[in-house]
Design a protein around this ligand. Structure first.
Ligand SMILES: N[C@@H](CCC(=O)N[C@@H](CS)C(=O)NCC(=O)O)C(=O)O
Length: 234
């Protein structure tokens, strides 16, 4: 019987099924990357809601798993060498799950690096820049009189969308014919930019026809539709 009791996070979020991978998350663009990946791979898992309303991410139990106080995080009871593996950072989790299952990542070395390159492009570019744009367009930053910070993130987001759009011309998915963790990392953020952040007009989204086409194909996947709502908000 798997024992996860050495991990303090299981005191606040007890594992009903300790033999399954434990996911600590919320359905945000970073959170759903992992729930979508888990739904796509079919790996059995148990999900726990980390509520920001009650600052769960700041609790000592959560910080014991992720000192960076951010979702998503996982605890895999069946990690390398059969030992439990705690892991945070959505990009690292996607790479780990792709390696563990042998799915959604090319098998050849060059293809692997190509996938990693686009995952990094999302982690270092699209995520942080779109996130700032959301702050300045929709949240507290929208009331700032000086629009230069907002415009800086609009320009950078447009530039990133342009890079992606050009790359996607003639390609079904980011890596070509095969759907991969690069798509799973990227498209929740594109959806969020035009949806929740309401920044579609601001970035001229209608000009990025290839991005829009692949976004449509992405959200049409049943596993994506499920993953976008996991975990359910309390
Ligand atoms: N680079 C991290 C970013 C994670 C992140 O920003 N998570 C946000 C939600 S999307 C969060 O947990 N925020 C809570 C906080 O900052 O207190 C990743 O990709 O996992």
């Amino acid at each position: 019987m798997t024992d996860l009791s050495n991990f303090p996070i299981t005191k606040k979020w007890p594992a009903q099924h300790p033999e399954r991978l434990q996911l600590y998350s919320l359905p945000t663009p970073n959170g759903v990357k992992v729930s979508i990946m888990l739904e796509e791979t079919g790996l059995p898992y148990e999900v726990h809601l980390v509520s920001f309303e009650t600052q769960d991410q700041m609790s000592p139990e959560f910080l014991s798993l992720n000192p960076n106080n951010k979702i998503p995080a996982i605890l895999d009871p069946d990690g390398p060498d059969g030992k439990p593996l705690p892991l945070f950072e959505s990009g690292a989790i996607l790479v780990y799950l792709a390696s563990k299952t042998g799915k959604f990542m090319p098998k050849d070395t060059a293809g692997r690096y190509e996938a990693l390159q686009w995952v990094m492009f999302q982690m270092g570019g699209i995520g942080p820049m779109f996130g700032q744009l959301g702050f300045f367009n929709k949240f507290a930053g929208k009331d700032y009189e000086d629009k230069r910070p907002r415009d800086r993130y609009v320009a950078e987001s447009k530039r990133l969308l342009g890079v992606l759009d050009k790359h996607l011309a003639g390609r079904k998915w980011i890596l070509g014919n095969d759907y991969s963790i690069a798509d799973i990392a990227t498209f929740p953020w594109i959806r969020n930019l035009v949806g929740f952040y309401e920044a579609g007009d601001l970035v001229g989204f209608k000009d990025f026809k290839n991005v829009a086409r692949v976004l449509e194909a992405f959200v049409a996947r049943p596993a994506v539709a499920r993953g976008l709502n996991i975990p359910k908000r309390g």
